[in-house]
Ligand binder design. Structure first.
Ligand SMILES: *Cc1c(COP(=O)(O)O)cnc(C)c1O
Length: 422
């Protein structure tokens, strides 16, 4: 089981030292903790033959991280051409890659096919799109949208309002079609929640899919060999929340597997996940320095990071815990809004947060930025994406991505053409 919210792994003195080489803001990830967490996940599902987590590349698309996760036995879950290329660059290919895309362009089907990825179709009409662009592979997977069968959650919303996946009726038809077109191996996928902390939710998802595996076998004769339970395992962003008990999820899934799949004589079946957030999320921090303290109708801590470095609070009102380095044990005596410099009033990392008395020059570690953190960065307002650092198990630190510079911001512009432009 994952421990409670991991403490920021570096001392203030070490961070001050690092800042001389790498000015803030930057994200830092803890390799040892990520590896231990990956091992705990694999241990929990060790009863599954061929269990694999296909790390959702979009959560932390850095090749150094992917290389670490590859060493821990993970594959990738990609949904765009650049993600497929990134996976290829770290040597993750073949069926270690799940390609779960939507509204997919033909060149992405072609690249996925060339890599030998498991292609997970999002719609019944994509069968034709795939056939035209890349041909029908031996193994085809479909994404199921259970509609009203399954309750939604805050980030993805209600399944029946989500754009993803096929209805049950379409799914039963789809396997027949791809069988006629030559597919011999079949997978089934769903992903209906994001950042879900209730372990039973995942057990219920497994039950729905296992029942469908039986139904698909009975009605279309297609024997599903791969069930992908999706990602969406949540992490405790708030200190009072508890991590998902993976052992409990695994036990629950096993009971459903035995009661449904084994009973129907459809064992063995490979169960995989495509979790991103729970793999790296708690083991990353955005480190930022306090630039200004402003007192108007509220008290503001202005930091050198902004929502271009971490969009979740601005986008979802998400909570990210803050630690003021060196003041870990100081009493929380002052209510602040912690803001960035973007010209958008939702550029706030925390609103009405009780913190120790903060001064200009203090360093704040914003927790749980190891997934959907740097990755969601953008350049609006001329904001540049930060560097990413990795804390190695031996205590050394490597920079795994440099910070952007204005030259990166201008890289897609042709100033020569501007000179000639009248
Ligand atoms: C985003 C996404 C994931 C990963 O979600 P996490 O919340 O990071 O686990 C997995 N699969 C698909 C299809 C996704 O879109």
């Amino acid at each position: 089981m994952v421990e409670k919210k991991p403490a920021f792994p570096l001392s203030k003195a070490r961070v001050q030292e690092l800042i001389r080489t790498y000015p803030t803001p930057w994200h830092i990830y803890d390799e040892r903790a990520i590896r231990e967490n990956a091992r705990a996940l694999y241990k929990a599902f060790s009863w599954v033959k061929g269990f694999k987590n296909h790390f959702a590349v979009k959560a932390l698309p850095n090749p150094f991280i992917l290389k670490v996760l590859k060493e821990e036995g993970m594959g990738t879950d990609c949904s765009s051409l650049p993600e497929l290329l990134l996976s290829e660059r770290v040597g993750i290919a073949g069926e270690d890659v799940m390609f779960t895309s939507n509204d997919t362009p033909p060149e992405e089907f072609m690249k996925a096919r060339q890599l030998g990825a498991v292609i997970n179709l999002d719609d019944i009409t994509h069968i034709d799109a795939l056939e035209r662009s890349a041909g029908i592979p031996e193994l085809v997977c479909f994404r199921y949208n259970p509609g009203a069968l399954k309750q939604g959650n805050a980030i993805i919303g209600k399944p029946e309002e989500a754009k993803y996946g096929l209805t049950r009726e379409q799914l039963l038809e789809a396997y027949k079609i791809v069988r006629q077109k030559g597919a011999k191996r079949f997978g089934l996928h769903t992903m209906v929640a994001s950042n879900e902390l209730n372990p039973d939710y995942f057990v219920e998802t497994a039950r729905i899919l296992f029942e469908l595996v039986v139904e698909i076998h009975e009605t279309c004769g297609a024997r599903i060999e791969l069930v992908n339970l999706g990602g969406g395992i949540g992490i405790p962003y708030k200190p009072e929340q508890v991590p998902v008990d993976l052992e409990r999820v695994s036990r629950g899934v096993k009971a459903e597997y035995e009661g449904i799949v084994v009973k129907a004589g459809l064992d063995p079946l490979r169960i995989v996940l495509e979790s991103g957030r729970m793999v790296t999320g708690p083991y990353g921090w955005l480190v930022t320095t306090v630039r200004h303290i402003k007192r108007t109708y509220r008290d503001y801590v202005g930091v050198d990071a902004c929502m271009a470095n971490l969009m979740r609070p601005g986008m979802y009102g998400a909570y990210h815990h803050h630690t003021v380095l060196g003041k870990e044990d100081a009493p929380l005596v002052h209510e602040y809004d912690v803001t960035g410099s973007l010209c958008e009033n939702n550029d706030k990392f925390a609103i009405g947060r009780m913190l120790p008395e903060v001064e200009v020059g203090d360093i704040i570690a914003i927790h749980d930025t190891g997934a959907h953190g740097h990755a969601m960065g953008f350049n609006y307002n001329g904001k540049l994406r930060s560097a990413e650092l990795l804390l190695r198990p031996d205590g050394s630190i490597v920079r795994i991505r440099r910070a952007e510079t204005p030259d990166d911001y201008f890289a897609t512009l042709d100033f020569g053409a501007l000179e000639r432009f009248q």
